[in-house]
Design a protein around this ligand. Sequence first.
Ligand SMILES: *Cc1c(COP(=O)(O)O)cnc(C)c1O
Length: 355
Amino acid sequence: MKKHNFSAGPCILPQEVLQKASEAILNFNEDNLSLVEISHRSPSFVAVMEKGRQLALELLGLENKGYKALFLQGGASLEFLMVAYNLLEKKAAYLNTGTWSDKAIKEAKAFGEIIEVGSSKDKGFSYIPKEYTLPEDIDYFHCTSNNTIAGTQMKTFPNTNAPLVCDMSSDIFSRQLDFEKFDLIYAGAQKNMGPAGATLIVIKEEILGKVTRHIPSMLNYQTHIDKDSMFNTPSVFAVYVATLTLQWLKDLGGIPFIEKVNDKKAALLYAEIDRNPLFEGVVAKEDRSTMNATFVLTDPSLKDTFDTLWKEAGINGLHGHRSVGGYRASMYNALPLYSVQVLVNTMQTLEKTIK
Ligand SMILES: *Cc1c(COP(=O)(O)O)cnc(C)c1O
């Protein structure tokens, strides 16, 4: 039986997507060739790339609004650098809400002045700073919508005239937001979209071309826009699987549908974390992530017993990030509500076991 996969990334994908993807590996489009052995310039693959780019914009409600979608490589980590390379002339503002924001700041510092307008680093990134003001004269504001490691999530985004740049790696396509507010969204595929190897970039084209430095072709968003995301060989398999996942989401009813499911899953698990005296959450309640729920045992000596129980229940990937420990249940789009119920039952079994 398939495991209940709570892995933080790479993570669970819809079973029917994996089925289709495995068929395409052997025989794509019934052409008697594998998806991974045909030219990326073949009409079959170009159609995949175009479909993926179009679905991304459609699901976000950003069609015909000046945005372009790209599937690049290098992960979200390369975007930390590319964002600054393409947009930072003098000064940018960053909100530091977690390990990934912290890394984005570190990369951007090589290109100009970085103002950290708020940070929760002092308290282990256990909350989202809210009382901050953005300077007027910034080239852009950068934030991380969901903090995959700490388990916090931004519920609101500031209004600013400067371009709004957001790392949405771990919650893109999971909830409805006013996406038009954002000028550049990026997300590594492996959290909510597909296998590792592709990064989705959604960018409002008008924010480009404002910096004076020379940008190497591969790191220049304009290059990739001009070449329809085919400047060099894209990661064909990752793009194909991401496209299948986006189609799966669209067929279900898009973001409005999946948001309701995600809210139910999160509500179910957090209710148990709060009810069960053996567990406690580790981040501010109002900032809890619907994607990655972090929690600890109130009695650490129960660790081995609990770990045995959830493994026996067929649960995978519940350990917290190596930098923080504890537990983390990642409940991405493809995780069924039933898997969360199994986890909750296991937490209740622990309670009964020790009584
Ligand atoms: C996983 C993650 C990253 C890093 O992604 P890579 O694709 O491994 O570079 C960056 N930001 C967030 C929010 C993440 O969850």
